[in-house]
Ligand binder design. Structure first.
Ligand SMILES: *Cc1c(COP(=O)(O)O)cnc(C)c1O
Ligand code: SF4
Length: 349
């Protein structure tokens, strides 16, 4: 595919194009690029130039990607949990259906770094057919997460073909689209796309913003088009060292998302993906951020801090410890740290 995909202008796909960015060693970028894909949409490249480090780290290949000996190729064991190629069935009632192997920006911390943007991620009419067949014959699946790669990299026509076929399966209730496009290529969200999605309700979109600098007027416009089409918007932020690992950044991001009608859904502890060790924070960091959010900011602005269990165990919420004792009295601390109890009895009647 050309690097001027859809309306994005000229994307950065060649290390040479980074020559004007201070502090970037082109030779090192090229070394990383030989192993992992790079694409930075023209839009995100411009944003990155304005805002520096926090955005650059997400998108520009870093030599540290090559020095991660402990990371796991497939930390969530997705390949073993795929009954057919590119469909991960890990929980009883929902499935993750990968329909695109491309993204507008290849995030350096991507969990599917092993395959997204590479030729090893084969998606074609046949794999899509197999995924649809599996969904049809597995009525326990009520919630289909369409993701990738980024599904919104597909042309409207192709996307509609897939979504309408999923919609036609009677056992499927919700269709969720996982996409970073509102953040990385907001001009891709058009009234035509919103109208097509609207025909297939209930559709939910979980997007992915990691820094308040990404909440631009363009991104807000893209989210407004989707929200106006009646699509509830959520956000799956990844906690990233040197990008957003501070309470002030996360608080601004969460409130900024609400302003764009996006409800914070998950804040993820970074996965153990090989090549991403430099992004990882300690779990205490996320817990501390949650402690500083809960009670102090609007409940609407509070995501669930979650860790996706290595080996495919699924996501578990990590919450600060409030419960101290459960007996005839339920003892806990308030968000301000004050001890409190609640009589834990049922009356006899
Ligand atoms: C994250 C994920 C889901 C959805 O999990 P929710 O907690 O319902 O958002 C479903 N399947 C797979 C494989 C996932 O990784
Ligand atoms: S948009 Fe998602 S799938 Fe694509 S590179 Fe970023 S994290 Fe990975």
């Amino acid at each position: 595919m050309s690097n001027t995909h859809i309306t994005g202008g000229t994307a950065i796909t060649n290390p040479e194009q980074l020559r004007n960015i201070p502090g970037i060693d082109i030779r090192q970028v090229a070394e990383v690029h030989a192993k992992y894909p790079m694409r930075i949409s023209a839009y995100y490249a411009e944003l990155m130039r304005k805002h520096g480090q926090a955005l650059q780290k997400q998108a520009i290949p870093d030599p540290l990607e090559l020095y991660d000996s402990d990371g796991m190729i497939d930390p969530l064991d997705e390949e073993n949990l795929s009954p057919v190629p590119n469909l991960v069935h890990k929980y009883p009632d929902r499935a993750l259906f990968l329909v695109s192997n491309e993204c507008a920006v290849y995030c350096r911390f991507c969990t599917r770094k092993r395959k997204v943007g590479t030729s090893s991620m084969v998606i074609n009419d046949d794999t899509i057919r197999q995924g649809l067949d599996y969904l049809k014959k597995t009525p326990a699946i009520k919630d289909v997460l369409i993701s990738g790669g980024d599904p919104l990299m597909l042309p409207d026509r192709k996307l509609e073909e897939i979504i309408s076929q999923v919609r036609a399966i009677p056992s499927v209730i919700t269709i969720r689209i996982g996409t970073r496009i509102p953040c990385t290529l907001p001009s891709r969200i058009t009234p035509e796309l919103a109208a097509m999605l609207k025909k297939n309700h209930p559709i939910y979109i979980n997007t992915h913003f990691n820094h308040p600098a990404e909440l631009t007027p363009e991104a807000a416009h893209a989210c407004a088009l989707l929200a106006d089409a009646g699509i509830p918007l959520g956000c799956q932020t990844v906690l990233l060292r040197g990008v957003n690992d501070s309470i002030d950044i996360i608080r601004d991001l969460m409130y900024g998302l609400l302003r764009m009608r996006v409800k914070p859904y998950y804040l993820f502890q970074a996965d153990l993906t090989k090549g991403t060790a430099h992004f990882r924070t300690k779990v205490e960091k996320g817990i501390s951020i949650m402690e500083q959010l809960i009670g102090s900011v609007s409940g609407m602005a509070i995501p669930t801090f979650a860790l996706d269990a290595p080996g495919g165990g699924g996501k578990i919420p990590i919450t600060p410890e409030y419960i101290q004792h459960i007996g005839e009295s339920f003892d806990f601390t308030t968000y301000k740290g004050k001890k409190c109890s609640y009589p834990n009895v049922e009356i006899n009647d």
